[in-house]
Write a protein that binds this ligand. Structure first.
Ligand SMILES: Cc1cc2nc3c(=O)[nH]c(=O)nc-3n(C[C@H](O)[C@H](O)[C@H](O)COP(=O)(O)OP(=O)(O)OC[C@H]3O[C@@H](n4cnc5c(N)ncnc54)[C@H](O)[C@@H]3O)c2cc1C
Length: 506
């Protein structure tokens, strides 16, 4: 039978475009469907509003994988700039360096609060909670209640939407290798013990959080993905914007997929293809396969944390030099503030600043569903309240919502993903799951790209030579086998786990 395309790729984010580019370079015909009508890049897109450009979060380009770094250079050879990295904590009207400096922190907090912190620390050490069960218990034991309240509680609860009493104590320990504020605090203490040197991870490398400069496309990460899309089309590939996956069915006789898509205008189309590469969220993919996979229940159990940015345009340059600031004030809902001028001055008109106020939420909750003008008014109020911008300096604003920004690792996610994999890999060897939500992995662009590169190699080889699930958080591929699997697991990004039911009742 005649095929519309050799490979149909779902999603024009980093994973989808990487797969499409690697395959198109080898002369394969590829078609990418992207549900967004305007932007490629997925969560790594750069949004344009009037003369302002901004990211979803901020996207540092950093990878331990030479192959990924080389591909970045190949796609965008002339437009990377090296940017200094600065991110601080803002609490009670003062900045605290990140990673925290213990002496500066105590100095900033003032005599009374510092004394209270020291006393509560001594009290916690003298009478620790015997069996710490929650994140709260664990941090209180290590640092005292007062420091927990100031530097751990608010931000953690804003990001994850859970009380620190519900988050399991194990997570606090796991995060030593992760990238988070608590890590900075732990590192600050370690640094004090090691004469001020940057702390090393278990393998001796300085942890990623502390890298002082980073690479960044001068007009944001979207520049990379627009260039990748242009390369794909330049090689004869097709990118169908505003077209969403509606259903897919495998014809075992013909060994061909029939993929139904729907456009923004409601137009329907069916594409026939040999392979499908999917970076769509696992839950959505499984929902759309016909006949319905048995693992649908597992797919429906996968959860996500969502995210929205209110970009405020401020009539002032050089507000603060940070790329982003963690907001610890419990009286405001904003979790982090990005300063896009600090990411790249080319993203903001001369003499102005664009701040991205980040709110962590769940799709469908009050924040997510609030009208844009209410969210802009909230962001204006909050930024003035915490004192980062003066009243009357905000000229304009806009809202960008990002559904499924973070795949949630709850108690059952690992089992759910394993059941889905088992069924889909057994029944559909020509269906390739790649990327962040495409594999339900809370990882960066480099990881998404590496999984896509390996999927492309499998397609070119005509067999599954590489197990994309063995790519670790650092985008390194580990051959299947006990040690590889262990390493991949050990290097997963730490995401909070709930206190086990029998423990929370205690
Ligand atoms: C706040 C935040 C900050 C981050 N910071 C960094 C950073 O500093 N550095 C870094 O490297 N990474 C960072 N990341 C991670 C990075 O954004 C992701 O790893 C990367 O975008 C994942 O690429 P992907 O292609 O797998 O998925 P996505 O970026 O999610 O792209 C998937 C694409 O598929 C499309 N799609 C989905 N479903 C369908 C469908 N049914 N039909 C058609 N199209 C569909 C989507 O519209 C999207 O365009 C950050 C993420 C967040 C949330």
């Amino acid at each position: 039978m005649s095929l519309d395309t050799d490979i149909l790729v779902i999603g024009a984010g980093p994973a989808g475009l990487t797969a499409a580019y690697c395959l198109a370079k080898e002369g394969r015909s590829v078609t990418v469907i992207e549900k967004d009508p305007d932007y490629v890049g997925g969560i790594s897109r750069t949004v344009r509003y009037k003369d302002f450009l901004f990211d979803i979060g901020g996207h540092r380009f950093f990878s331990k994988s030479k192959e990924v770094v080389d591909l970045w250079g190949e796609i965008l050879p002339h437009d990377f700039i090296e940017r200094p990295r600065l991110s601080r904590i803002f609490y009670g009207g003062k900045f605290y360096s990140y990673p925290l400096s213990a002496f500066q922190a105590l100095d900033n907090l003032g005599l009374l609060t510092s004394a209270a912190c020291m006393l509560s620390y001594m009290a916690a050490r003298a009478r620790p909670i015997a069996e710490p069960k929650s994140f709260h218990d664990w941090v209180r034991n290590q640092f005292g209640e007062k420091l927990f309240q100031i530097f751990f509680k608010t931000y953690t609860e804003k990001v994850w939407g859970m009380s620190c009493d519900e988050i399991s104590a194990d997570w606090a320990a796991q995060r030593i290798k992760g990238l988070d504020l608590s890590v900075a605090i732990l590192n600050a203490l370690k640094r004090s013990l090691h004469g001020g040197k940057a702390p090393a991870s278990a393998d001796g490398a300085v942890v990623k959080t502390l890298i002082e400069t980073f690479q960044y496309p001068r007009k944001g990460p979207g520049m990379m993905w627009e260039a990748a899309a242009a390369k794909v089309t330049g090689l004869g590939g097709r990118i169908l914007m505003g077209r969403e996956l509606a259903g897919l069915r495998f014809s075992a006789d013909e060994k061909v997929w029939h993929v139904d898509t729907v456009g923004r205008d409601g137009s329907r189309a069916t594409h026939t293809t040999r392979h499908v590469v999917s970076s769509a969220p696992v839950r959505e993919l499984v929902e759309r396969i016909k006949p319905t996979p048995i693992s649908l229940l597992h797919a429906r159990a996968l959860r996500y944390r969502d995210f929205l940015t209110v970009a405020l345009m401020v009539d002032k340059a050089d507000l603060f030099p940070d790329n982003w600031i963690y907001i610890h004030d419990p009286s405001v809902k904003v979790g982090r503030v990005q300063n896009f001028r600090s990411w790249s001055p080319e993203m903001v008109p001369h003499g102005m600043t664009c701040l991205g106020l980040e709110y962590f939420c769940f799709e469908g909750d009050g924040l997510w569903g609030a009208p844009d003008d209410e969210l802009i008014a909230l962001a204006r109020r909050e930024i003035v309240k915490i004192g980062l911008v003066g009243d009357g300096e905000v000229l304009d604003g806009c809202v960008v919502r990002q559904a499924k920004a973070y795949p949630v690792y709850d108690d059952d996610y690992r089992h759910n993903v394993a059941m889905i994999r088992l069924e889909l890999e057994r029944d559909y060897p020509t269906l390739h799951m790649v990327g962040r939500n495409g594999m339900h992995k809370y990882n960066n662009q480099d990881h998404a790209m590496m999984t896509a590169m390996l999927a492309a190699r499998n397609i070119l080889a005509g067999e599954r030579r590489y197990d994309v699930w063995e790519v670790n958080e650092d985008a390194e591929y580990h051959e299947a086998g006990a040690s590889g699997a262990r390493e991949a697991l050990a290097s997963e990004r730490a995401v909070p786990q709930r206190v086990a039911a029998d423990q929370s009742a205690a």
